[in-house]
Design a binder for this molecule. Structure first.
Ligand SMILES: NC(=O)c1ccc[n+]([C@@H]2O[C@H](COP(=O)([O-])OP(=O)(O)OC[C@H]3O[C@@H](n4cnc5c(N)ncnc54)[C@H](OP(=O)(O)O)[C@@H]3O)[C@@H](O)[C@H]2O)c1
Length: 251
């Protein structure tokens, strides 16, 4: 797909990977809308870029999401690209009697359910565009779970499943929406500072890889060491999707 002069919504675009994606699209003449919970962060991020608007919206808050959708439909009817990037993680061990339910619930709601909510609600509008796309930001831990961030890993595995099924379903019904999955390894951002993030790759590299993948229509975007881990242990696993479809639908 062409990545110039688009209208792009980046959730969690005020920092880290989302900010770098917003920056690249802005440099390519796109109108970019960034969202997050922290207004000061969004304001300062938008001020550093051209043609970027910001909107405060917590992806886990149903009323915030309804308002965001109303705003997008009214003011950005040419929305081409939805980038589901907002995410969070909690560090804890499982299996030692800790009460992990609250943290786990928050991670599942933020990283999985909120993506399903926003995507399903924006799809009818995206489908009106010539070359629309959804990008879901998962992680290397979507297929190789981390002991440090167990439910975060599970939430990204759930998001990977949803992304694969959504892609296949939309293809089957002839939709023009392409569904991309961005799978970074450890990246040096605020998010990862308590899990040795300083050893990770820069967020700029992740954003550049995404833009290259969008331009070459490469829907599974395995960045850096993610590609090595995938090709060593999981290569071809995505090919099971058509087989499951066939078994379930008899076609
Ligand atoms: N860093 C890594 O090692 C790594 C690796 C693989 C995948 N990822 C994924 O990459 C994505 C971006 O993370 P990052 O590393 O760039 O970290 P980051 O700089 O902390 O960015 C996360 C963004 O998400 C926003 N956010 C969090 N909860 C939100 C909520 N409930 N509603 C709306 N916005 C929310 C935050 O903004 P506010 O605080 O203003 O809400 C923040 O701008 C995440 O999905 C993460 O899981 C990160």
């Amino acid at each position: 797909m062409n990545t110039t002069n688009k209208t792009v919504l980046v959730t969690g675009g005020g920092s880290g990977i989302g900010f770098q994606i917003a920056k690249l699209f802005s440099e390519k003449g796109s109108k970019v809308i960034i969202t997050g919970r922290n207004e000061e962060k969004l304001k300062s991020a938008a001020a550093k870029l051209q043609n970027v608007d910001y909107y405060v919206a917590d992806v886990t808050n149903a009323a915030n999401i309804e308002s965001l959708i109303t705003l997008i439909v009214a003011n950005y009817p040419s929305l081409d690209v939805l980038i589901n990037n907002a995410g969070n993680a909690s560090i804890y061990q499982v299996g030692n009697g800790q009460d992990t339910f609250v943290k786990a619930s928050e991670e599942i709601v933020t990283n999985y359910l909120s993506v399903v909510n926003l995507t399903e609600k924006l799809l009818p509008y995206l489908e009106k565009q010539a070359e629309p796309a959804v990008v879901n930001v998962t992680s290397i831990v979507a297929f190789a779970p981390s002991f440090l961030i167990p439910t975060y890993s599970a939430s990204k595995a759930a998001l990977r499943s949803y992304t694969q099924i959504l892609r296949f379903t939309l293809e089957k019904k002839g939709s023009n929406v392409q569904v991309f999955e961005l799978m970074p390894p450890l990246v040096n951002t605020d998010f990862s500072k308590d899990i040795n993030g300083h050893k990770g790759i820069p967020p700029e590299e992740v954003a550049q890889e995404l833009v290259r993948a969008l331009e070459s229509n490469t829907q599974e975007v395995r960045v850096g060491i993610t590609e090595f881990v995938y090709s060593t242990f999981f290569a071809g696993s995505e090919n099971a999707i058509p087989a499951i479809y066939q078994a379930e639908h008899g076609e």
